[in-house]
Design a protein around this ligand. Structure first.
Ligand code: NAX
Length: 512
């Protein structure tokens, strides 16, 4: 798991080291890490660093200092580096070293020629010291750069040159990206790589920043982050291997109940397929048993494919309700059972329409932006529109988690899972082919199965529903990336879970 912090937290963590007079050595370590990434990028692109044409963009702060020290390293290995000061005078010691080894300072007016001929651009204009609102000079420069490389989109600065994008390595944070929230200035740098120092910055993993940071490479500076709370957690494949709650198989006392029973309320005569898809997700993710509450019309297609499903209510360890707009009385029955037995409940689609206040049990709500707008309209005053939610998904997912005192999984191209304490889990980008009807139903089944299985373990409490949901989203995305149809996801989820259960190298295979 990676953990992202606010810029203020990073500042607090670096303060004791700066007070101990270690500022220069920190910068040298940061620059060495930055140079390593630049050398890798150049070698991948050109096969060598020697003769590579590198443009270094600087601002007045330490961010530019990092860039210049790193560029000095590249010059000493034969790269041809120029520095364009985009804002004020560059970092003095960095510039001195850069020039001493043969780097050249060039005028801003000459920037177009250098940018067009570059093999690599290093963005050291602004880092975590950036104040909101780019200075005019910087915004103007980035706009010219955009026009130059024929990328008129409001966002991306660098674009394809001669059919191939020039790599841009951002120092710590791409210029124009808020290090904490990921919010983008109207014009900003779009990087292929971001080399970040001391601690991951939250904004690089949240919508906006995550779309323009490229590969985020972390360089350790020995900061002690223990006293700081990460505001975003990023689950990775290794977390799935370590923390996916696999059904118990090892001990002899195992039976279907101890492997997790999920109660599912899904499907209607209008959307019978939703029950099949959510059942597929749940069964594939590894429940011990599945009870389906549904009308007979909906039940038959499910039973045809999954005869092991048991119809009707009974003892369960978790509930999942809502895919395919099931009949409200059935969903209410599930909610009542979840609350009276303190069971976790996943609430999707039609189930969300029943909510207007917090439930007195662990809840995981899975709306998309439109559903969240409708839900918030019932719960808070001054609720946002769907468009507002799409523009600021983290803000409104957190708002909903607080108002509903549960975990809110806001679906979108970048799914965000918010806890009531304001922290989020950001499992990264989903597969484009998951944006299909029915894909969310499969996810609900997976999430329900995870809750049921985790809830059936000897320590029957789910300490972190949001992180668990993040693992479900990762496996769902992984499965989706390898299939072309939502209905085809289930077998891939099943294969993934089976391989997790087998452990060893094959488990890694399933997630790589
Ligand atoms: N302090 C440390 O421990 C380390 C810091 N490092 C680097 O230092 C960076 C932070 O350095 P700084 O604090 O110098 O900050 P920056 O380099 O981000 O920039 C700060 C400068 O830009 C100006 N500025 C910022 N926003 C502006 C705006 N909107 N309009 C006009 N001027 C604006 C400020 O007045 C200041 O002069 C990090 O991102 C990282 O790259 C690294 O060297 C590693 C160690």
């Amino acid at each position: 798991m990676r953990q992202g912090y606010t810029a203020a937290a990073v500042r607090r963590a670096e303060a004791p080291l700066l007070a101990a007079g270690r500022g220069e050595s920190l910068m040298r370590t940061a620059a060495a890490g930055l140079a390593t990434v630049c050398r890798r990028v150049l070698t991948e692109r050109l096969g060598t660093v020697t003769g590579a044409r590198v443009v270094v963009l600087t601002g007045p702060g330490n961010n530019g200092g990092d860039a210049l020290f790193a560029a000095a390293n590249l010059v000493s290995r034969g790269a041809l580096c120029v520095c364009i000061p985009v804002l004020s005078r560059p970092h003095e010691a960095g510039l001195e070293e850069f020039r001493r080894v043969g780097g050249r300072l060039v005028d801003r007016e000459d920037a177009p020629a250098y940018l067009l001929g570059a093999d690599l651009v290093i963005d050291g204009i602004l880092g975590i010291g950036a104040r909101p609102g780019l200075p005019r000079e910087v915004a103007g420069f980035l706009r010219e750069w955009q026009d130059l490389v024929g990328n008129p989109g409001a966002g991306a600065a660098p674009g394809p040159v001669d059919g191939e994008a020039v790599p841009v390595v951002a120092v710590d944070v791409p210029t124009g990206v808020d290090a904490t929230t990921g919010a983008l200035e109207p014009v900003h740098v779009s990087a292929s790589h971001t080399v970040t120092f001391g601690a991951d910055k939250a904004g690089m993993f949240l919508p906006g920043g995550a779309d323009v940071a490229g590969e985020v490479v972390y360089v350790d500076l020995g900061f002690d982050m223990h006293g700081e709370t990460p505001v975003v957690e990023i689950p990775e494949a290794t977390d799935v291997l370590d923390r996916w709650p696999l059904p118990e198989t090892a001990n002899r006392g195992v039976h279907k109940y101890s492997r997790g029973v999920l109660g599912l309320v899904a499907g209607s005569s209008r959307y019978p397929g939703a029950a099949v898809l959510s059942t597929a997700g749940a069964v594939s993710a590894g429940v011990g048993m599945l009870r389906l509450l549904s009308n007979p019309e909906t039940a038959w297609p499910v039973l045809e494919r999954y005869p092991e499903v048991v119809m009707g209510a009974g003892r369960v360890q978790a509930w999942a309700i809502g895919p395919g707009a099931p009949e409200p009385p059935l969903m209410r029955q599930a909610i009542t059972d979840a609350v009276s037995h303190s069971l976790p409940i996943v609430i999707d689609a039609g189930g969300l329409d029943l909510l207007s206040r917090p439930l007195d049990t662990s809840s995981l709500m899975t709306p998309h932006a439109g559903e969240l707008a409708a839900l918030l309209a019932r719960v808070i005053t001054g609720a946002p529109s769907r468009e507002q939610i799409e523009a600021e998904p983290v803000r409104y997912a957190v708002r909903a988690a607080q108002a509903l005192e549960g975990v809110v999984l806001l679906k979108g191209r970048r799914t965000i899972i918010a806890r009531p304490d304001g922290t989020v889990v950001a499992p990264g980008v989903g597969a484009a082919n998951l944006a299909t009807a029915g894909s969310g139903d499969v996810l609900t089944g997976i999430l329900g199965a995870l809750c049921a299985t985790a809830g059936s373990h000897p320590v029957a409490e789910i300490t972190d529903l949001a992180f668990l949901a993040g693992l479900g989203v990762l496996v769902h995305a992984r499965a989706g990336a390898t299939v072309t149809h939502a209905s085809g996801i289930a077998p891939v989820v099943e294969r993934t879970v089976l391989r997790l259960a087998e452990g060893g190298p094959r488990a890694h295979e399933a997630l790589s």
